[in-house]
Design a protein around this ligand. Sequence first.
Ligand SMILES: C[S@@+](CC[C@H](N)C(=O)[O-])C[C@H]1O[C@@H](n2cnc3c(N)ncnc32)[C@H](O)[C@@H]1O
Length: 284
Amino acid sequence: MRHYWSHGEKPRRGAHDFLWALWRWSALGFVQPDGRGAPRDALAAIRPAAKRVIRGCRRLVPGGRPSAARLGFGYGTAPLANAWFERGMPVHRHYLEQFLASSAADIRGRCLEFQEDSYSTRFGGSRVSRVDILHKEPDPRYPQATLHADLTAANDIPGGAFDCIVCTYVLHVIPDLDRFVAELHRLLADGGVLLVAVPGITITYPQYGELWRFTCEGLHRVLARSFGAAHVETRPYGNSLTAAGELRGLAVDDFTRGEIDEHDARYPLLVCARAVKAGREGAR
Ligand SMILES: C[S@@+](CC[C@H](N)C(=O)[O-])C[C@H]1O[C@@H](n2cnc3c(N)ncnc32)[C@H](O)[C@@H]1O
């Protein structure tokens, strides 16, 4: 394809010349004034773009996936959905379950979980002897809570009471993180394990008093102040596609397995950590 400027011609003055130049620069500008070479040039010009479009369409075929919702990914400023589970399993919850499944052996004995006991029960199974559900304050929506306490203030929960604390989506609403984490450390028995999941690159819900977003490094520092750096491991979940997808309202089924399972530390949608309370006999 030869463009106006690539002919070495000087731009000519006048509206006609300007419009003609624009035309030649435009997508259809490969058509020469005398029609010479137009079909071949045209094909050569559009072939790479056509290949990309065909490749994209193949991926939209069911089975070849991902879903048709991906078509709307780049259009409009509003997300396709922003309500919980509106389009299926939210990507961050899928990652959270992946993390808990990989840490299932730690969920054992007496456990503590916030708001609900669903994760301890599901991933701990028969290893769990008892689950306490903690809420900061009594809330009629969560009548199953067994403990009410502000863990950033004095409370009467005995230290060393738990073998495992499942602390998912809690730290990002806590103003005094150091005090809270120190309290989690106190509540754990020696060798007990704290499993944490916090948001990285995700939607913010101001109505829930959200304060923080985390990186692996940031979460590691926060936990290391109480647990010691050697006893904390962090793990990023997500990549630029799934992080952007969740922001745009896509759910797990909108991605291929390969897309979901790639984790890029530069784009953590979810940040998880395992921290062990080192006891007198050392951490397990
Ligand atoms: C967003 S909910 C956690 C939800 C659930 N774990 C999940 O994965 O979606 C936050 C929980 O932290 C508790 N919480 C907030 N501030 C607290 C505090 N200072 N002390 C103890 N619990 C607190 C709330 O009562 C609530 O149960």
